[in-house]
Design a protein around this ligand. Structure first.
Ligand SMILES: [Fe+2]
Length: 467
């Protein structure tokens, strides 16, 4: 980049190059933000989808296991029904042996998992038979789960199942009622079903397939939508650019029309805008307020269109009645800018640039911080330029004398804070712009407009000004 800057012949080329770089940065910034948002949207969709798939798959596994367990228990109940006809169930009724067979048979045909613990209780909670798979490696981990059994019929007298996860292994806690030959609920069988690694892998596989599927769909959608969105953004950007150009042209035309009434050039408008913006930047005013300041500085005397030539162009001092007529340009200006939504931002400067910090200004006689910040800033820039420049009714005054006059107005005409800051930049502004050609001032104005009406700041909402 530095090599390219070296090759550029003059300031104009450098300005154009910087502008191109600025536009390229903005374009890249929009594309980066768009990509980031599409990526985050994809990630969010993948997370939501995988969570949903996880829940659905585990519920499905639960239904499969409990369905299978119901079939096994139902079949087991058929085998032992005659044993449950006894008036009182005892531990030597043969149920222990049957229960052992149930666990052994379950192990040999399991694919989703295995029954690692099972117990039969009568309806009073007395243990009739209990069988544990002693070969199951993690039996110790299941003991707490076993302790939580209530040995009671399930509430709906059908079955109950709960998922538990212990040391990363999912278990299903099962409770089923057992009936005798005449269909009476006489006992409860409880069990712990350990979900097998193959079943877990299958669920995990489904989840991964869903997640990668979701990511694939989102990526594909992004690839399809991205160029479409970029094209639409470019079209919208071009339309916005055209609208902004029209608005800025309107600003220039109106400002220029007023300048032509009492001057041959736009130089005063350009200079006061440059001075005001430089002071605003020096005190760190927010960009959206500087936008308003630019509009206001350009249109500050727009209301002079309603003042007669006899008064506006009078070479000598104005009479009292003529001055009263001249003062009306502020209210005329407010009437004009308030008619346009875009020009309305100029109100603070147009309506209050003749107020004084002491409260002795016009038209409202506002005092101190009641005067809008932009008007307090502009009043200094306007007075500085008026004193420095020649007018049809006065000759230019020297820089030192102008600074003395401004200092005399510190605290009565001008806000001390902004005046003190202006004094730190006044000499450099004077050297750079007081005798500058209209063309150079125009270029400086262009760079200010490009900076503050670029995409970066354009959509900022106007915030409350500091006091
Ligand atoms: Fe004015």
């Amino acid at each position: 980049m530095f090599e390219k800057i070296k090759r550029l012949k003059n300031i104009s080329d450098i300005n154009k190059f910087q502008l191109q770089m600025h536009k390229a940065d903005l374009k890249n910034s929009i594309q980066r933000r768009l990509l980031l948002r599409l990526f985050l949207a994809g990630l969010l969709i993948a997370i939501v989808l995988s969570s949903a798939v996880f829940l659905i798959e585990f519920q499905r596994l639960g239904r499969l296991v409990t369905g299978r367990a119901s079939e096994i228990v139902s079949s087991f109940n058929d085998q032992i029904r005659h044993m449950l006809d006894a008036r009182e169930l005892t531990s030597d009724s043969g149920l222990q042996q049957e229960l052992k067979m149930l666990l052994i048979a379950g192990k040999s045909r399991q694919w989703m998992g295995q029954l690692v613990y099972s117990s039969i209780y009568d309806l009073k909670g007395k243990e009739i038979a209990t069988e544990i798979d002693t070969q199951y490696a993690q039996m110790a981990a299941v003991e707490d789960l076993v302790q939580s059994f209530t040995h009671r019929l399930p509430n709906n007298s059908e079955s109950e199942h709960k998922f538990k996860r212990i040391k990363g292994v999912p278990y299903i806690q099962l409770t089923f009622p057992l009936t005798n030959s005449i269909g009476e609920h006489v006992a409860v069988i409880e069990g712990v079903f350990a979900v097998s690694a193959s079943a877990r892998d299958e669920v995990l596989g489904r989840i991964m397939r869903s997640v990668f599927g979701a990511i694939g769909i989102v990526t594909l959608t992004t690839l399809i939508l991205y160029p479409v969105i970029i094209t639409l953004i470019k079209q919208l950007s071009a339309l916005t650019e055209d609208l902004l150009k029209s608005n800025i042209e309107t600003l220039r035309v109106i400002g220029s029309a007023i300048a032509k009434r009492d001057s041959d050039t736009d130089r005063h408008n350009y200079r006061v805008t440059i001075y005001s913006v430089t002071l605003a930047e020096t005190v760190g005013l927010k960009p959206n307020l500087i936008q308003c300041l630019i509009k206001g500085a350009f249109l500050h005397d727009v209301g002079k269109i309603g003042v007669s030539d006899e008064i506006l162009l009078k070479p000598g001092k104005l009479s009292e009645s003529e001055f009263e007529e001249m003062k009306r340009h502020v209210r005329h200006g407010l009437d004009i800018v308030k008619r346009s939504e875009w020009l309305k931002d100029a109100t603070d400067v147009v309506g209050y640039h003749h107020e004084k910090f002491s409260g002795e200004g016009y038209p409202y006689g506002l005092r101190g911080s009641k005067i809008p910040v932009n008007a307090r800033i502009f009043a200094i820039a306007d007075a500085f330029d008026a004193l420095i420049s020649s007018r049809h009714y006065k000759k230019p005054i020297s820089f030192d004398k102008v600074m003395d006059i401004l200092t005399e107005g510190r605290g009565n005409h001008f806000d001390p804070f902004y005046l003190d800051n202006f004094k730190t930049i006044a000499q450099s502004l004077y050297d750079a712009f007081s005798a500058c050609s209209e063309q150079k001032l125009y270029k400086k104005m262009e760079s200010i407009i490009q900076k503050y009406f670029s995409k970066e700041y354009r959509f900022e909402k106007v915030t409350k000004a500091p006091d």
